[in-house]
Design a protein around this ligand. Structure first.
Ligand SMILES: Cc1cc2nc3c(=O)[nH]c(=O)nc-3n(C[C@H](O)[C@H](O)[C@H](O)COP(=O)(O)OP(=O)(O)OC[C@H]3O[C@@H](n4cnc5c(N)ncnc54)[C@H](O)[C@@H]3O)c2cc1C
Length: 383
C-alpha cells in the first residue's frame, strides 16, 4: 500500500462508515466495532508494520494523514486507531526474546483481525503515566500483575493491552517494564463505564488486573526499560497522532462553520449569514489560519521524525501542547460563529468542541508538556 492509497482508504471509511454514525455513537457513548472491522479489512491496522508480518511498512507521514482524515469524521475512532498504532509499535519494538511469541499476534494485526491499545495511566499516579504504582511480582518464568488502570481507550474491545508496571526489582518510580496482556487473561476485567464529556465513543474505561499471570515471552522490554520505550517509541507517535486528531477536528470545524454560514439565511435581508456579517467571515478566516498553522507544525514534526536531529524531542513536546490549544480555540470559535444552531446541537459542531477538550486531558497534558519544555530550555532535569 502506498501513502496515497492509505489516505484514500481512510477517506472512504470516513465517509462510508464513520460520518453516518458519528453523531449517534457520540450520543449513545457507543464504541464502533464496525469502524474497527473496516480499518482491518482495508489494511490500515497494519499500516506501520513491516511487510514480513503483512504490514504496509509506512511511516509517520502516512499515519498522521490517516488519523487526521478519520478525525475529521469521528475523533473517537481516530483515537482508537491511534492507540492501536501505539500498541502495535510497542509490540514491534519489543526485545528479541519476545519475538517468537509475538509473531502470530503481529501477523493477526497485519491481517486486520487484532486491535491493540495502551494501558499506562493508573488511578494512583493519575496523569503521571511514567510512574506506575503497580508492581510486577516474579512467578516462575513470568510475573503476576495487579493494577488499577484508570483510562484505557478501547477497553473491552481491544484484543490485547500493552501494560506498564514497576519492574519486580525496580528501585525508582520510573523503573517500569512493559508487558503484553491478552484480553482473555484470567483476572483481566473492564472495571467501570466510560461516560466522558468528549470522545464518548472510544470506550476509555478503567480496567483492573487482578493477579494476572504474564509469561516471560510477553515481557516486551527488559526489566526497568519500560520508561525508555514510553519516551522513545510511544511519545513521538502519540504526540504526532494527538496533534493529527486535533487537526482533523479543526478541519471539520472550519468546514461545518463555512457550510452553516453559506446555508443559514437572514430572510428579511435576503442574505446568508456569511454574506451579511463581516465579523463572522473574519472569525472563519482566523479559524482557517490557525488550522493551516497546525498543519504546518505537524509537517515540521514529521520531517523531524523522518530525519531526527537535536531539536526533534522539543518538536515532539511542542506539537501536542500547541495542537491541544489550537483545537480548543478553533472549535470554540466555531461554537460562537454558529451561535444557536451549534448550541442546540443541530450541526455536530458541539461534538467537535467536546472532543477537542479530551486532547488537553490526555497525558502528557499541556501543563506537563510546558513544564518539560521550560525545564529543558533551562537545562534542568525533566524527571
Ligand atoms: C479520552 C481519554 C482517553 C484516554 N486513553 C488512555 C489510554 O488509552 N491509555 C492510558 O494509559 N491512558 C489514557 N487516558 C488517560 C490520560 O492519559 C491521563 O492519564 C488521564 O486523563 C489523567 O487525568 P487526570 O486529570 O486525572 O490527571 P491529574 O494528574 O489529576 O491532572 C490534573 C491537572 O493537574 C495538571 N498537572 C498534573 N501534573 C502536573 C505537573 N507536573 N505540572 C503541571 N501541571 C500538572 C494536569 O495538567 C491537569 O490539569 C485517557 C484519557 C482520556 C481523557
Amino acid at each position: 500500500m502506498t501513502h496515497d492509497a492509505a489516505v484514500l482508504k481512510a477517506r472512504g471509511i470516513a465517509s462510508r462508515v464513520l460520518a453516518p454514525s458519528a453523531g449517534q455513537n457520540d450520543k449513545a457513548g457507543q464504541f464502533s466495532d464496525e469502524a474497527v472491522v473496516s480499518l482491518g479489512e482495508s489494511g490500515l491496522l497494519g499500516l506501520m508494520l513491516p511487510a514480513d508480518v503483512g504490514g504496509s511498512g509506512l511511516g509517520p507521514r502516512t499515519c498522521a494523514a490517516v488519523i487526521a482524515t478519520l478525525a475529521e469524521a469521528d475523533a473517537s475512532v481516530a483515537m482508537v486507531y491511534l492507540m492501536h498504532i501505539l500498541g502495535t509499535a510497542t509490540l514491534s519494538a519489543a526485545r528479541p526474546s519476545a519475538a517468537q511469541a509475538l509473531a502470530p499476534i503481529l501477523r493477526e494485526i497485519g491481517a486486520g483481525r487484532h486491535l491493540s491499545t495502551l494501558a499506562f495511566s493508573e488511578a494512583g499516579s493519575r496523569s503521571h503515566f511514567w510512574a506506575p504504582i503497580s508492581r510486577a511480582h516474579r512467578n516462575g518464568d513470568g510475573v503476576r500483575i495487579s493494577a488499577k488502570k484508570s483510562w484505557v481507550t478501547s477497553a473491552g474491545h481491544a484484543h490485547s493491552y500493552v501494560v506498564s508496571s514497576l519492574a519486580p526489582e525496580g528501585t525508582g518510580p520510573t523503573d517500569s517494564t512493559l508487558y503484553l496482556v491478552p484480553a482473555q487473561t484470567r483476572g483481566f476485567s473492564v472495571a467501570g463505564p466510560w461516560d466522558g464529556l468528549g470522545l464518548r465513543a472510544n470506550a476509555s474505561a478503567p480496567i483492573a488486573l487482578d493477579d494476572c499471570q504474564v509469561p516471560a515471552d510477553f515481557q516486551l522490554t527488559d526489566d526497568g526499560a519500560g520508561f525508555s520505550a514510553m519516551l522513545n517509541v510511544v511519545l513521538p507517535l502519540f504526540n504526532l497522532g494527538t496533534a493529527s486528531v486535533a487537526l482533523g477536528l479543526c478541519r471539520a470545524a472550519v468546514a461545518g462553520t463555512a457550510s452553516h454560514l453559506k446555508s443559514a439565511k437572514f430572510e428579511h435581508l435576503d442574505q446568508s449569514l456569511g454574506e451579511s456579517l463581516p465579523t463572522l467571515r473574519a472569525q472563519l478566516a482566523a479559524m482557517q489560519i490557525d488550522t493551516d498553522g497546525l498543519s504546518a507544525r505537524i509537517d515540521d514534526l514529521i520531517e523531524h521524525l523522518e530525519k531526527p536531529r537535536e531539536t526533534t524531542m522539543l518538536r515532539v513536546l511542542e506539537s501536542k501542547a500547541a495542537a491541544g490549544e489550537v483545537a480548543i480555540s478553533v472549535t470554540s470559535a466555531a461554537m460562537r460563529v454558529c451561535g444557536g444552531a451549534a448550541f442546540s446541537k443541530h450541526l455536530g459542531i458541539e461534538r467537535l468542541f467536546r472532543d477537542a477538550h479530551a486532547g488537553a486531558v490526555m497525558a502528557p497534558t499541556v501543563d506537563v508538556l510546558r513544564e518539560f519544555i521550560g525545564k529543558s530550555l533551562l537545562g534542568m532535569p525533566l524527571f
